[in-house]
Design a protein around this ligand. Sequence first.
Ligand code: DAH
Length: 356
Amino acid sequence: MTEDTDLLREECQSALAAAADQKSWDAVRVSWLGKSGRLTGLLKQLGGMDPDARKARGAELNQLRDELSRAIAARGEELENQALEARLLAESVDVSLPVPRAARGMLHPVSRAMEEITAIFATMGFSVAEGPDIETDWHNFSALNTPSHHPARTDQDTFYLPPEEPGQSDRVLRTQTSGVQIRTMLGQKPPIRIIAPGRTYRADHDATHSPMFHQCEGLVIDRGITLGHLKGCLTEFLRAFFGKPDLPVRFRASYFPFTEPSMEVDIGWSRKTGEIGEGEDWLEVLGSGMVHPRVLANCGLDPHEWQGFAFGMGIERLTMLKNGIPDLRSFYESDVRWLTHFGSDPLSPALLHEGL
Ligand code: DAH
C-alpha cells in the first residue's frame, strides 16, 4: 500500500492544528512518529519492496519524516509558549490593588505617637537624641540634681543593677529619659534642640502603671532662652498633636529637681464626656521647666551664658488620651484585634502636611 505523501502531510498538519494543548499534541506526535505510528509503519514497509521502488519511496518518506518532525516540534513549542503565557497571566499580581488592612501588619500606637511627636518637633528644628536603657545612677539621678534622699531613688521605684565592675557606681534601668539631657549636653556644644523618645522602667504595675513604658524628653539650650519660649513651644506641640488649634493649655507651678522654676502642663478636657479641648476641667499631660543652673554646671555649661528649658512626657498617656484607650495594660498584650483597631498603616508615615 502506498499513500500519497501530500495527503499524509496535510492530514498530519491538520491534526497538529487541532491539538489545542500539550497533551493532545503529544498524542499526535506519537501517532505519527511513535514506534507504531503512521510514518514509522510506512518506513517499515520499505523492507519488503524491490530495490528501485524502495529507493524512490524511501527518499520520499524520509523527506516527509523530516518535514513532519519539524512541524511537530514547531507546534510543540507554540503550545508550550501559550501555556506559559496563560500561567503568567493567571499568576500576575496587580500592584494597584489595595492590600487588606490587617494583611501587612500595623504600626503599634506607641510607635505611631513617637513618629507624630518627632514630626511635630522636627518642624521646630529639633533632632532626635538617644541614650542607653541601662543608665548610670549619675546620669539618671545625680547629674539631674536629684538628692540622695529623693523618693524616686528608692528601690521601690527603681530597678537597680549591680555595678559593671566592682567599685563602680550602681546602674539603673532608666526611670526617665531625662538622662539623655545630660548625655547630650556633655556630648555636644550648645545651641541644643533635641527630643529623646524611648523606653523607661519603674517598679510599678497596675491599670495605669507598667514596669516598662515610654517617655519623650525635650531639651533646648541657647542664649537668652526664657519661659516664654517654653510656653510657646509646648502649646504649639500639644495643639498639633491633638489636632486642636485652640486647645486650652495651662502651665501650673510644680517641682522637679532638675528644673527651676518647674511646671506641670495641663490641657482642657471634659470630665463628663472625656472630650479633649472641651469642658471646664484640666488634665495633666507633661512636666517641664527651665533647666536648673546646677544641671547646666554639672555638664560644664556656664549658667550665666546658657539657659534652656526641658520637658518630659509619657507617650502611652498621650496616646491613651488621643485615641480614647482606657487601659494601659492593653498596650503590651499583643492582641492582634486591638492592634488592628488602634494600630496605623506602616506605609503612611506621620507627615504634618497631611495632618496627624
Ligand atoms: N522626668 C520627669 C518624669 O519622669 C518628666 C520631666 C519633667 C522631664 C520636667 C523634664 C522636665 O525634662 O523638665 O516625671
